[in-house]
Design a protein around this ligand. Structure first.
Ligand code: AMP
Ligand code: MG
Length: 348
């Protein structure tokens, strides 16, 4: 199929408004539109149309047992498609619109192809103005996984979307993804307990103001063979560059000593503060600036972009520091251990 592009969409102009109108029309007709959100780009289709969901799985070559998140224009619409609760109301008041996805019991109007046969459905209300305008204009909830081919890092730029999905979708809208990794996903277990299924831009510490927060095993650990998983996406090797990534456990000096002993052509996703020492390295590694060591938001924003760029650098391997699991860094840790296929090297 021919893909239409609207890279520089300005919602304040007539051309921008017309673009959103056309995109909304494509969604209503059962077509696919890629759009920016504050997390990553989404590959959207009408969440009430089982055929559209099937097209989404096909376009990104996603296993059909991995359910889709439905995106709504306003948190009040959640009750049209799910059984909401008091805890949902409190969370949505604080975190929606924004990068929080809540898993709730699905109403029958939601097709089984969207939920992959589960009795629940994941709901999110994005804050990105283009995502919001598109959902409102389409007039239906939009089912949208990340707009990458299954297995590769989620795209955070128009160019990276194009590399994966050119010719596989009807339209691609451009824009900025402020956060750079997918949403935080929670399941509500009772009126005062929730389980964190996937960490993201909303931290467990923030959620802890509203409920007791339990961490799903899959957030920090590799699942054992045959283990059942609460969030099906967590069982797949995810976010991975094709080049092997190794995470270094240890302090900055240990890391530097380890890297100084490395030969061949390798890349480093380095903290900004470490770059001067790497630039005098005898093997001249390809160095990517992951962001300041004390700025996990900046690191999250760059991670998926840099994993894709590092893959194109022609290196044999990629090194990065193993992040901490506190606050926003938990999302980095979760994505990076998967991208590294759990290969952690102790360097201290
Ligand atoms: P993506 O849209 O690519 O960010 O992936 C969506 C994620 O949401 C996957 O990891 C799914 O496993 C998860 N998810 C979607 N629906 C549900 C659900 N009903 N219960 C648990 N996890 C879900
Ligand atoms: Mg994804």
């Amino acid at each position: 199929m021919t893909t239409e592009y609207l890279e520089d969409l300005d919602l304040s102009t007539e051309a921008g408004k017309n673009g959103i109108e056309r995109a909304g029309e494509i969604i209503r007709r059962g077509g696919l539109v890629v759009f920016p959100t504050e997390t990553v780009f989404g590959l959207g289709g009408n969440a009430l149309d089982p055929e559209a969901a099937t097209k989404i799985y096909r376009a990104k070559e996603r296993p059909s047992d991995n359910p889709l998140i439905i995106h709504i224009a306003d948190p009040s619409e959640a009750s049209l498609y799910t059984e909401t609760s008091d805890l949902f109301e409190r969370l949505s008041k604080r975190f929606m619109p924004g990068p929080l996805t809540v898993v709730l019991p699905a109403k029958p109007i939601i097709p089984k192809t969207v939920t992959a046969g589960l009795p629940t459905v994941a709901v999110r209300c994005p804050s990105h103005p283009i995502a919001h305008a598109l959902i409102a204009c389409a007039g239906v909830p939009i089912a949208a996984p990340s707009a990458n081919l299954s297995g590769s890092p989620s795209p955070t730029t128009f160019r990276h979307v194009r590399e994966d999905l050119d010719g596989r979708v009807d339209m691609i809208l451009g824009g900025e993804c402020e956060i750079g990794v997918e949403s935080t996903i929670v399941r509500l277990d009772s009126s005062d307990t929730l389980t964190l299924l996937r960490p993201g831009g909303i931290t467990p510490e923030q959620l802890g103001e509203f409920a007791r927060v339990e961490l799903s095993d899959a957030v920090l650990n590799k699942l054992k063979e045959g283990e059942t998983v609460q969030s099906p996406g967590m069982k797949y090797k995810h976010y991975a560059p094709k080049t092997p990534l190794y995470l270094l456990r240890g302090g900055r000096e240990d890391r530097q000593r380890f890297l100084a002993g490395q030969g061949g052509r390798f890349a480093v996703l380095a903290y900004t503060e470490e770059i001067p020492s790497l630039s005098v390295h005898p093997s001249s590694p390809v160095v990517f600036d992951l962001g300041s060591e004390n700025d996990p938001a900046q690191q999250l924003h760059r991670l998926f972009y840099l994993l894709r760029e590092a893959d194109k650098s022609g290196c044999e391997r990629i090194y990065a520091a193993l992040p901490s699991t506190a606050g926003l860094s938990l999302a980095l840790y979760n994505r990076m251990i998967r991208a590294a296929a759990y290969q952690i090297v102790s360097v201290n």
